[in-house]
Design a protein around this ligand. Structure first.
Ligand SMILES: NC(=O)c1ccc[n+]([C@@H]2O[C@H](COP(=O)([O-])OP(=O)(O)OC[C@H]3O[C@@H](n4cnc5c(N)ncnc54)[C@H](O)[C@@H]3O)[C@@H](O)[C@H]2O)c1
Length: 455
């Protein structure tokens, strides 16, 4: 077994799992959540099988290759070599495991409503293989009631021989939200406390025992609904506070007050204040999407979640505000946006990651193109913006990263700082560009000027 990457010219077919491989834990969905979780269980001494509908994943695992930035390939290769980790597309692999964890995507559909199709199909694929006494845990972020209303009936009625089963009696069922923060070097799956809530007390206990094998702290709640809602509350808390500070930024802009100075001053208060920073808008797979899972469910109870709606409105207005700011900066230099060369720096939704799902940068590129700007982007992590995961790539040439050389900087009428990647030579950007508009405060130590505009 080697740690070298698979190349397109040397495809390695998926192989059956060896008969000597006996997993303790099965993880369904090997993405940003599933792969780090698999590593954490394997680090804790468990034997883990990953199950993914994407056939490239088992092959990558066998080759000791990671596809998630926070997981080094050596980590995967080490566990594969030690016989503690393999992956497959075959759901029959769950049969020997004590526990099955589901970590598949929970997106919104075209009408911005929860789309649980992948959770449902994963559960349906598990059901015929479920064994007496096994524990199933859902980790995907979702509305309160999903584990009981969606998973429980599928698992109870989905036995291969058609015999009905009872959750809490014939098998165990629980919910435990994933809290992973991609790119966070301090807090990871192991040291971030894990919340668990089961359908019965015994289910909660089983789930708590499972996670105690791998994570430092487990916090139990009385029911899956509490665990499902606490996860949404965490993300809504971020969403609402980001909206609040974004609104403050737009007001400061009008009042001529430096919002960054105001935030830094407020953050000196050692209690009762938590620092959030404004930016070009929300992004990623969670914060912009999850709150709508709760708004949707709340409607069933004739309840309107006003904070969530308002925060969504303010945050989605930020790309428009950024484009207006760029237009103002050009205007101050006697130029118009139509026909101006605009260089956008960074399209990932946050720094030092490859993920651009829901990134406000994509909206900014689209708005600039619609307004007739000659727009290009540079992002060392995103060589190309590809369709999929709800992303509509902008028209060429704004769909491919350009080189960030001095000629490109000099050619731009304005440079927009949209994602503050650490690898970019920000001093050189400011040195060579005609005008820079900074939406991330990378130039915190340089005062605003005719050439340097800030949010
Ligand atoms: N990414 C994060 O930072 C994060 C943090 C906390 C919670 N979450 C939540 O965790 C869940 C998973 O998110 P993610 O970011 O890991 O997704 P992802 O897109 O990175 O990975 C999901 C994986 O599941 C696989 N998959 C899809 N349908 C499947 C099926 N029916 N059976 C088996 N595998 C299937 C996909 O091929 C993919 O490899 C979502 O509900 C998300 O909201 C994500």
């Amino acid at each position: 077994m080697s740690g070298t990457a698979t190349t397109a010219s040397q495809p390695v077919p998926e192989e059956a799992l060896p008969e000597t491989f006996h997993p303790d834990v099965a993880i369904v969905g090997l993405g940003y959540v599933g792969l780090p979780l698999a590593m954490t269980f394997a680090d804790g001494g468990a034997t883990v099988v990953g199950i993914d509908v994407d056939p490239s994943k088992p092959v990558l695992v066998r080759n000791g290759t990671s596809w998630i930035e926070d997981v080094p390939s050596e980590h995967v290769a080490g566990h594969v070599d030690a016989g503690r980790f393999l992956a497959t597309t075959d759901f029959a692999a769950i049969r020997e495991a004590d526990a099955v964890i589901i970590a598949v995507p929970t997106p919104l559909n075209r009408n911005r409503e929860p789309d649980l199709a992948l959770v449902e199909s994963a559960t349906r694929s598990i059901a015929p293989h479920l064994q007496p006494g096994q524990l199933v845990v859902l980790e995907s972020t979702t509305w309160p009631g999903t584990t009981r209303e969606i998973l429980q009936p599928i698992l109870e009625q989905g036995a291969a021989d058609g015999t009905p089963r009872v959750a809490g009696v014939d098998f165990h069922l629980a919910y435990s939200p994933e809290r992973v923060d991609p790119g966070n070097a301090t807090w990871n799956t192991k040291n971030t406390p894990k919340v668990v809530g089961g359908i019965t007390e015994a289910c909660t206990e089983k789930a708590a025992e499972l996670y105690a094998r791998a994570v430092d702290t487990v916090h139990t709640v009385s029911a899956p609904e509490a665990a499902e809602l606490e996860k949404l509350f965490e993300n809504i808390f971020r969403n609402v506070n980001i909206a609040l500070v974004n609104e403050l930024a737009m007001l400061c802009d009008r009042m001529g007050i430096d919002v960054w100075e105001v935030i830094d001053a407020a953050a000196t208060k050692p209690f009762g204040f938590m620092k959030f920073t404004p930016g070009p808008g929300l992004g990623g797979h969670c914060i912009p999407i999850d709150p709508f899972y709760l708004s949707w469910k709340a409607r069933e109870y004739d309840f309107s979640t006003e904070f969530i709606e308002l925060a969504g409105k303010i945050n989605s207005n930020m790309p428009y505000h950024c484009v207006r700011k760029v237009r103002d900066a050009l205007d101050a230099h006697g130029k118009v946006l139509r026909g101006a060369r605009v260089l956008v720096l960074g399209v990932a939704y946050k720094k030092d990651i490859v993920d651009y799902r829901e990134s406000s940068a994509i909206k900014i590129l689209e708005l600039l193109q619609k307004r007739g700007a000659d727009v290009v982007y540079h992002d060392p992590f995103v060589p190309e913006i590809e369709a999929g995961h709800g992303v509509e790539p902008p028209a060429a040439p704004a769909n491919r990263s350009v080189d960030l050389d001095d000629a490109e900087l000099a050619r731009a009428d304005v440079v927009m700082v949209v994602t503050d990647h650490t690898g970019i030579d920000w001093a050189n950007v400011l040195d060579k560009a005609a005008v820079v508009v900074d939406f991330r405060n990378v130039y915190r130590d340089t005062p605003r000027s005719e050439r340097l505009w800030k949010l």
